[in-house]
Design a binder for this molecule. Structure first.
Ligand SMILES: Cc1cc2nc3c(=O)[nH]c(=O)nc-3n(C[C@H](O)[C@H](O)[C@H](O)COP(=O)(O)OP(=O)(O)OC[C@H]3O[C@@H](n4cnc5c(N)ncnc54)[C@H](O)[C@@H]3O)c2cc1C
Ligand code: HEM
Length: 403
C-alpha cells in the first residue's frame, strides 16, 4: 500500500511519467547496460532489446502497477506480477539485482523528467518501485522454494538424449539431467529457460515450453527456427538447429510459467497457432494420462499441414480423451499430407463461429498476438468469462499491462 503523501504525488505525476515512460525505459536500459554490459550479453534477450519489445513490457508494467496503486489502493495486479515473477525465476533473478535496476531506473526518471523530479516526487516513485520490487522478490522467493532451490540457483547441466526434426523448421530435443538426478517436476504448460553460448561469446537465454507428460523421466521441448523474414535470423533458435545434437550438454533452468491447467472439471478449449502448440501438447499428455473425462475442444491454426509441428501427436493425444474434438485450420494445404483420423480440417484461419463452446469453458491460448486477440474476442462473444481465458505470449507480454 502506497503512503498517503506518495499517493497524491504519484497521482499528480502519473500523466507525466506515463507519457515519458517509453523514453524512461530506453534511457534506463542504456544506463543499465553501460554500467553492466554482462547483463545484456548473458542475461537479457538482445533480440528483444533490439526490437524494443522488452522496453515496452517493462514500461507498461510499471505504469500499470502505479495506476493500480492510486486507482485501486489495497489491490495488486497479481496476474501481471505472477507472470513477470515466473519469467524472472526462470532466469534466476535475485534480490540484489533489484538494487542495480533501482539505481538506473530512478536515475533515468530524474534525467528524463528533469526539474519536475523534486525530492518529494523522487521519494514517491522510489516507494512505487520498492512496492513492486518487493512484491516480485516475494513471489520469486516462493517460486524458488517450490523448486527446492536457493534463490536464483535454477540452472543445471542437461544431456541431449535425442533430436527429432519434426518439420524443416521445428526440431524436438529430449533431454535428461547430466548428473543422473531425477528431472524436476513441472506442470503442463510450463517452460524452461535455455542458455547457449553463441559464436561471439554471449550466453543468450530463451524460453521453451516443455512438451511431453510431466510424469516421464525425460523432458522435451520443440524449437521453431526463426528465419527472420524481414529481420535478422533468430540467434538462439538458429544456433540450436545448427549445432545441438544427441549427447551434447545444455544449460537449462528449472521449469516455471503461469499458463497451467487449473485442475478443474470445467470444459476446456485449447487453442494454438504455429509453434504455440507446444504447451497444449503437454496439457493434452497430462489430460490423457489422468483420464480426463470432461469435454475438451482442441483448436489449432497453421500455414499448412506440413508446417504443423507435432501434428500427428496433436491429433493422437486428442483421440485418447473420451470427450474431445480437434479442429485444425490451414491457410493452404501445400503438398498434401495423409489425412489424420479424428481432427476436422478446415481451410483458412481459425474461426470459432461453427464450433460449439460449452458454458463455463476454461480457455488456454498460445500463439501470435493477432491470433490470440481474434480467438479471445470470439470466445467472449460466445459467453466465455474473461477471467477464464488464459494465454501465453512467446515473448515479452505486451498484452498484460493493457488488459
Ligand atoms: C514462455 C515462452 C515459451 C516459449 N516456448 C517456445 C517453444 O515451445 N518453442 C519455440 O520455438 N519458441 C518458444 N518461445 C520463443 C523462444 O523463447 C524464442 O523467442 C524464439 O526461439 C526466438 O529466439 P531467437 O533467439 O531464435 O530469436 P531472436 O534473435 O531473439 O529474434 C527474435 C525476433 O526478433 C527479431 N530481431 C532480432 N534482432 C533484431 C534487430 N536487431 N532488429 C529488428 N528485429 C530483430 C528477429 O528477426 C526475430 O523475428 C517461447 C517464448 C516464451 C517467452
Ligand atoms: C521492479 C522491477 C522490475 C520490473 C517491473 C520488471 C519487469 C519485467 C517485465 C514486465 C518483464 C517481461 C515479462 C514477460 O512478459 O515475459 C521482465 C522480464 C525480464 N526481467 Fe525484469 N523487472 C524488474 C526487475 C528485474 C531485475 C532486477 C532484473 C535483473 C537484473 C530483471 C531482468 C529481467 C530479464 C532478463 C527479463 C527477460 C527479458 C527478455 O526476455 O527480454 N528484471 N521484467
Amino acid at each position: 500500500m502506497l503512503s498517503e503523501t506518495s499517493t497524491a504525488t504519484v497521482r499528480a505525476t502519473l500523466p507525466a511519467v506515463g507519457a515519458a515512460i517509453g523514453d524512461i525505459a530506453d534511457l534506463f536500459y542504456r544506463k543499465l547496460f553501460e554500467a553492466h554490459p554482462e547483463l545484456l550479453r548473458d542475461l537479457f534477450n538482445r533480440g528483444n532489446q533490439a526490437s524494443g519489445t522488452q522496453r515496452r513490457a517493462l514500461a507498461g508494467s510499471i505504469a500499470a502497477f502505479a495506476t493500480q496503486l492510486v486507482e485501486h489502493p489495497g489491490t495488486r495486479p497479481d496476474v501481471m506480477l505472477g507472470r513477470i515473477a515466473n519469467k524472472h525465476a526462470s532466469l534466476g533473478i535475485t534480490a540484489p539485482q533489484y538494487e542495480i535496476v533501482h539505481t538506473h531506473l530512478l536515475a533515468a526518471i530524474a534525467e528524463v523528467l528533469g526539474d519536475a523530479v523534486t525530492p518529494e516526487v523522487a521519494a514517491a516513485w522510489d516507494e512505487v518501485y520498492w512496492l513492486m520490487a518487493n512484491a516480485l522478490i516475494a513471489i520469486e522467493g516462493r517460486l524458488y522454494a517450490q523448486q527446492d532451490v536457493t534463490a536464483g540457483d535454477v540452472w543445471r547441466e542437461w544431456t541431449v538424449v535425442s533430436r527429432v526434426d519434426e518439420t524443416p523448421d521445428v526440431a524436438t530435443f529430449r533431454i535428461s539431467p547430466a548428473d543422473g538426478t531425477p528431472a524436476p517436476a513441472f506442470r503442463p504448460g510450463q517452460y524452461v529457460s535455455v542458455q547457449v553460448e553463441l559464436p561471439d561469446g554471449a550466453r543468450q537465454i530463451r524460453q521453451y515450453s516443455l512438451t511431453g507428460a510431466p510424469g516421464s523421466a525425460l523432458r522435451s521441448f520443440s524449437v521453431k527456427r526463426v528465419r527472420g523474414e524481414g529481420g535478422p535470423e533468430g540467434e538462439v533458435s538458429a544456433h540450436l538447429h545448427a549445432r545441438l545434437r544427441t549427447e551434447d550438454r545444455l544449460r537449462v533452468s528449472a521449469p516455471y510459467g503461469d499458463l497451467v491447467l487449473d485442475g478443474s472439471d470445467a470444459p476446456l478449449l485449447l487453442a494454438s497457432a504455429g509453434i504455440g502448440c507446444t504447451p497444449v501438447l503437454s496439457m493434452l499428455e497430462h489430460l490423457a494420462a489422468e483420464g480426463h473425462g470432461s469435454p475438451v475442444t482442441v483448436v489449432h491454426g497453421d500455414r499448412s499441414p506440413a508446417d504443423h509441428a507435432l501434428r500427428a501427436d496433436h491429433a493422437a493425444l486428442t483421440g485418447k480423451l473420451p470427450d474431445a474434438a480437434a479442429h485444425f485450420w490451414y491457410e493452404n494445404y501445400g503438398s498434401p499430407l495423409p489425412g489424420l483420423p479424428g481432427p476436422t480440417e478446415h481451410t483458412g484461419t481459425v474461426d470459432l463461429s461453427g464450433i460449439p463452446v460449452a458454458p463455463g469453458t476454461h480457455a488456454y491460448l498460445c500463439g501470435p498476438l493477432p491470433f490470440m486477440r481474434a480467438v479471445r474476442s470470439q470466445l467472449l462473444g460466445k459467453g466465455v468469462a474473461a477471467a477464464d481465458i488464459h494465454y501465453e505470449v512467446f515473448g515479452p507480454d505486451l498484452w498484460l499491462a493493457q488488459d
